[in-house]
Design a protein around this ligand. Structure first.
Ligand SMILES: Nc1ncnc2c1ncn2[C@@H]1O[C@H](COP(=O)(O)O)[C@@H](O)[C@H]1OP(=O)(O)O
Ligand SMILES: [Mg+2]
Length: 357
C-alpha cells in the first residue's frame, strides 16, 4: 500500500528547500529598489516574490490542477514601476529553478539546468496563488516569506507551505533558514526544515535533508512554561500575554520571534506555548500564516485553537474567518493556558468597564 501524500511531501520539501536557498541568498543583502510596501502597509521584497514564483512553478508542474492560496500577487510587478524588481525576481527565480542541487530532484518537475522560465511564465506562476480558498477539494497555501519584518531585520523568517484537503490540513512543510538547528547552541549551525503529514508525525531536518529527527512536544509543567510571541506588538499584544503570564505565575520572559518559526520552536520544546492575540480591530488571520504550523504542532502531539478554544477553520477562504487569535501548546499545557487566556480577557474587560464609569 502506498504511503498517503508521499509524492506531495517529496515535492513540497523540494520546493521549500529551493525557496530557502533563494531567500538565504538575498537575506541581509537587499538593496534599494528591492522592497515595496503593500496596500496593508506590510513590506514585500524580491525574496518574497521570487520564492513564490519558484514554489508555484514547482507545484504547477507536479500538480497542475491543484489551486494555490499564496500571499503575494504580481500586480505591482506588472506595472511600469515594477520593472527593476521584476528583472531581479526573474533572475533569482531562474537561478534557483535551474540550479543543480545534486539532491536527485526530477527533471520531470522542471528543475535543473536549461529549465529557465520566461518573465511572463514567472509572473503567471506568482499569480497562480490567487485562489480564493474554500471548504471543498485540494488546495495548497503558501507564505513565501512569513515574517518579512524579521527577514528585513536579519532575524527569523519561514517559508511555509501546506496542503489542505476538504478544509483539513494534511501536510505542512516549513523552512527556517536562519533558525539554529539546536536552540541550546544558538551560535551553531543554522537552517532547518520542519515536515508534518497527518497521521505520520512531525520531523525536523537540515535544509539539505540530512539528519531527519522526529519531534514530540515535551511535557512542560509549572515553572518551566514560557511563551513564544511575535516581535511586533502590532501583530500580537505583548501586554495581554504578560497578563496571561501573571495568571499562570510564569516568571520566565517570553521568547520573541517573527513568523511561524514560533510553531517550529514549540514543536521541539524551545518554548511552552505560542500565544497570539491580535490588536488590530477586525484583523483576520490568514490561512498561510497558520496551516503548516498548526499541523506541525498537532503531529508533534500538541493542540492548536483560537483564543476562545475553537478549532482553526481553514475552509472559509483566504482568512481564518471568525477565529480570533491562537493558543498552541502541548496536550498537557493547552487547557491550562486557554483557561488563563479566558481569565485574562475577563480581567481586561472588567478593568475597561471600571475605567469607563
Ligand atoms: N495587524 C496584524 N495583526 C496580526 N497579524 C498581522 C497583522 N498584520 C500582519 N500580520 C501577520 O503577521 C504575520 C507575521 O506574524 P509574526 O508577528 O508572528 O511574525 C505576517 O505574516 C502578517 O500576515 P501576512 O502574512 O498577511 O503579511
Ligand atoms: Mg506571513
Amino acid at each position: 500500500m502506498s504511503i498517503p501524500f508521499a509524492t506531495e511531501k517529496q515535492v513540497a520539501v523540494a520546493a521549500v528547500r529551493r525557496a530557502c536557498l533563494l531567500t538565504s541568498s538575498v537575506f541581509n543583502k537587499l538593496v534599494k529598489n528591492e522592497t515595496l510596501t503593500k496596500g496593508d502597509k506590510s513590506p514585500v521584497t524580491v525574496g518574497d516574490y521570487s520564492a513564490q514564483a519558484v514554489v508555484n512553478t514547482i507545484l504547477g508542474r507536479a500538480f497542475p490542477t491543484d489551486p494555490i492560496v499564496g500571499e503575494e500577487d504580481a500586480n505591482e510587478l506588472r506595472q511600469e514601476s515594477g520593472v527593476i524588481m521584476r528583472q531581479r525576481i526573474v533572475e533569482l527565480a531562474n537561478e534557483t529553478l535551474t540550479s543543480e542541487l545534486g539532491l536527485g530532484e526530477m527533471v520531470e518537475w522542471g528543475l535543473g539546468p536549461g529549465q529557465e522560465r520566461t518573465p511572463e511564465e514567472l509572473m503567471d506562476a506568482i499569480d497562480r496563488g490567487n485562489h480564493a480558498g474554500g471548504a471543498v477539494g485540494r488546495m495548497w497555501t503558501l507564505d513565501p516569506i512569513d515574517g518579512t519584518k524579521g527577514f528585513l531585520r536579519g532575524e527569523q523568517y519561514a517559508v511555509c507551505l501546506a496542503l489542505i484537503v476538504d478544509a483539513q490540513v494534511q501536510l505542512g512543510v516549513m523552512g527556517c533558514p536562519n533558525l539554529p538547528v539546536d536552540a541550546s547552541n544558538p551560535d551553531g549551525p543554522k537552517g532547518c526544515i520542519f515536515v508534518a503529514v497527518r497521521g505520520q508525525g512531525a520531523q525536523q531536518m537540515a535544509v539539505s535533508g540530512a539528519n531527519p529527527t522526529p519531534l514530540t512536544i515535551p511535557t512542560i509543567s509549572g515553572d518551566s512554561l514560557n511563551f513564544l510571541e511575535s516581535v511586533e506588538a502590532a501583530h500580537s499584544s505583548h501586554s495581554f500575554n504578560s497578563r496571561v503570564s501573571s495568571v499562570l505565575n510564569i516568571t520566565r520572559a517570553p521568547t520573541r520571534m517573527d513568523s511561524q518559526a514560533k510553531y517550529c520552536c514549540l514543536a521541539r520544546g524551545d518554548g511552552g506555548a505560542y500565544l497570539r492575540m491580535p490588536t488590530g480591530v477586525g484583523y483576520r488571520e490568514k490561512i498561510w500564516d497558520h496551516a503548516s504550523g498548526a499541523i506541525l504542532i498537532e503531529e508533534a502531539g500538541g493542540i492548536v485553537t483560537d483564543s476562545r478554544g475553537s478549532s482553526l477553520d481553514f475552509g472559509l477562504g483566504r482568512t481564518l474567518g471568525e477565529n480570533f487569535g491562537v493558543v498552541a501548546a502541548g496536550k498537557a499545557a493547552h487547557a491550562k493556558v486557554l483557561a488563563a487566556v479566558m481569565q485574562a480577557k475577563a480581567e481586561e474587560e472588567e478593568e475597561k468597564t471600571k475605567a469607563r464609569v
